[in-house]
Design a protein. Structure first.
Length: 303
């Protein structure tokens, strides 16, 4: 993956890759005091379209408020900045990463005097996971307890948990890891939410330790409106895995990724998500029709 792109948007200016450097005494580098978003845009029959940009910017501002980062731009300006960056570099880039952080100046833990920086990068990130059904393992690490952090916010500090899981499962040749919460119920995986299917009913972990915002909400709404299927949000214990027929991950980066197997306590449980006429496959097709604007009904989600 080549992430060297010609332009980075920084504080309302386009700067060159070479000029996008920060000091090693940047507050955020030391204390993980930055917030970010993963946003995708897609080539469509017209101009490239950014999927659910407004909702991503809502979350970005919410996350910033948790760290008391005062963004020196309005939500509308940040939305426009993303559109401008796509217009400048869309030929190569299918992925947007806004990042807001405390810059250098003071190194106390309390960051309130540090200057706030706002940057947006765009690069070509194809598929996040392989375009095949994937093998997953339940990690030995548990998802951070919600009393230790605000789990609705996308703050870099929380991601050390995800990095540990990724390191663990890759060593054992799994494609991804799945996290339980500290009460041993299924939470999510390092960057996405999870759904299960049994007899045309859908299930997903309730909101507690998960990051619940964009793709999860999209899927819940769309399966209701298009397939008339209600999603049950509840606690799901790993012992129930064998009851489910299908399962898939959803998220901005991984989109809809079908799961082949989940290994828990050395036992491998297989799913039929990848079967040609599975419900998971149908949902995947619906999702891609929406993001590529082949479905007019959800045009309001494309910028
Ligand atoms: N959980 C975590 C920890 C994530 O980082 C992401 C990706 N932002 C998701 C879930 C899925 O979030 P969304 O679909 O709202 O981007």
């Amino acid at each position: 993956m080549n992430i060297k792109t010609p332009y980075i948007w920084k504080n309302w200016k386009f700067i060159k890759w070479e000029d996008a450097m920060d000091h090693n005494l940047t507050h955020s580098l030391h204390y993980w005091t930055w917030v970010f978003e993963w946003i995708r845009f897609y080539p469509t029959s017209a101009w490239p379209k950014i999927f659910r940009l407004k909702e991503h910017i809502e979350r970005l501002f919410y996350s910033a408020s948790i760290l008391e980062l005062k963004i020196p731009f309005s939500k509308e300006e940040i939305i426009q900045a993303h559109i401008n960056l796509v217009a400048k570099s869309w030929v190569e880039s299918w992925y947007l990463r806004p990042l807001i952080y405390y810059w250098t100046g003071k190194m106390w833990m309390n960051p309130e005097w540090a200057k706030v920086e706002t940057v947006i990068s765009a690069w070509n990130w194809g598929k996040y996971l392989a375009d095949k059904a994937i093998d997953v393992k339940i990690s030995k690490y548990k998802r951070i307890h919600p009393e230790t952090a605000d789990m609705n916010a996308k703050v870099s500090g929380w991601y050390y948990n995800n990095v540990l899981v990724s390191l663990e499962v890759k060593k054992e040749n799994f494609d991804e890891g799945l996290l339980l919460d500290t009460n041993w119920f299924i939470a999510e995986w390092p960057g996405e939410n999870i759904f299960f299917i049994k007899w045309n009913k859908m299930y997903t972990p309730e909101v507690w330790t998960i990051l619940p915002w964009i793709t999860r909400a999209t899927i819940i709404q769309v399966v209701k409106e298009k397939l008339n299927i209600e999603v049950i949000e509840e606690k799901i214990s790993p012992e129930r895995l064998e009851d489910f027929d299908e399962t898939f991950f959803v998220g901005t980066a991984a989109e809809v990724t079908l799961i082949w197997s989940i290994t828990y306590n050395s036992k491998k449980i297989d799913f039929i998500s990848w079967n040609k006429d599975s419900l998971s496959n149908k949902i995947k097709d619906i999702y891609f029709d929406i993001v590529y604007w082949r479905d007019e009904e959800y045009i309001k989600w494309l910028s």
